[in-house]
Design a protein around this ligand. Structure first.
Ligand code: SF4
Length: 331
């Protein structure tokens, strides 16, 4: 199709979008472990929820498993825990198996783990606001003994939740939730249990917050929104919902350009594009390139806030202190 024949398309590129500091750290941890120790490097669960990233690391020698029991008991290779965090039983099992464990849990998830542990030590029941079955929720609940954490997923559940003792209650949240849904759930709980202790600083992380705010800013003025991300990525799903709630008529979560349903995108003149915290920029470019084949695309970046968060690598992988003899103590 010649450029002259293509219909015009204004593309608003949300900023910030894509990789957050926790995801960069987790991917770098696997790459660095491969460099230092050589393949294979075992990774428990998808290091971040993105197939493209996982396939790229597999090609370099990473082996992904869901449970430590899938790893040969005799290995001396590093075993890395994903950015989502793990229940306490996992590092304990790794130590019992004498594995060289490296924890790539995002420090902002670790912060939630610490909060939950502290509340528990102080005798408080912990309400965790989050989605059942997500690995981060499994990891956070698994910091405390069974039954110590009550999971609340919805406003309806918050309205009927019965604590053991309303005077001794605290809440924490999954880091990648909808800001608005969570505010509603917290308001209900606070109204019912005024003594409930809140986190000192929000548990929903800066990256989730910033990406949702960027989507909200543009979603009302575009015909369609594409969120680049995986279906099992919580923060990506929340971005798609945020655009829909803001009145965007077509809000779609896509992993690759090949998934674009061109029938749906036939009559648009404005499109916003963002990416979940685990989606690499190359996939955003791929999708814009696919639109550029059919439309005369004009891209404008819409900035909300500047991000400068950085997390250093796990201790065993830092150049100054890395111990290249495997089996050094797990962090
Ligand atoms: Fe950490 Fe937030 Fe990124 Fe999750 S989305 S890895 S909590 S910075």
């Amino acid at each position: 199709m010649s450029a002259a024949a293509k219909p015009p398309l204004r593309v608003l590129l949300c900023a910030p979008r894509g990789f957050c500091a926790g995801v960069v750290r987790a991917i770098d941890a696997v790459e660095r472990a491969l460099e230092i120790y050589g393949p294979p490097v075992y990774v428990r669960h998808e290091i971040v929820h993105n197939k493209y990233v996982v396939e790229g690391l597999k090609a370099k020698g990473a082996i992904f498993v869901e449970e430590l029991s899938e790893i040969p008991a005799t290995t001396t290779a590093p075993v890395i825990f994903s950015a989502h965090g793990v229940p306490k039983s996992v590092p304990a099992e790794a130590a019992a198996l004498n594995f060289f464990a490296i924890d790539a849990t995002c420090p902002l998830v670790t912060k939630v783990h610490r909060e939950a542990t502290l509340h528990n030590k102080r005798g408080r029941e912990v309400v965790l606001i989050g989605h059942a079955g997500h690995p981060e929720v499994i990891g956070t609940m698994g910091q405390l003994p069974s039954g110590a954490v009550a999971l609340v997923e919805t406003a309806e559940q918050a309205r009927v939740f019965t604590p053991r003792d309303p005077a001794s209650l605290a809440y924490t949240t999954q880091t990648t939730l909808s800001i608005d849904d969570t505010a509603e759930i917290v308001a209900i709980l606070q109204q019912r249990f005024p003594a409930m202790v809140s986190p000192h600083k929000e548990d929903i992380c800066y990256a989730t917050t910033n990406r949702q705010e960027a989507v909200k800013k543009v979603a009302g003025e575009v015909d369609a929104m594409i969120v680049v991300g995986a279906p099992n990525s919580s923060n990506s799903q929340r971005l798609r919902e945020a655009a829909e709630r803001q009145g965007c008529g077509l809000s779609v979560l896509l992993q690759r350009a090949s998934e674009i349903d061109w029938e749906k995108f036939g009559a648009i003149s404005t499109l916003a594009v963002t990416a979940g915290a685990s989606a690499p920029e190359v996939l955003v470019e791929e999708i814009i390139d696919a639109f550029a084949e059919r439309y005369a695309v004009k891209v404008e970046t819409v900035h909300t806030v500047q991000e400068d968060v950085f997390f250093p690598l796990p201790r065993q992988l830092r150049p100054d202190i890395a111990d290249t003899s495997a089996n050094s103590a797990a962090e």
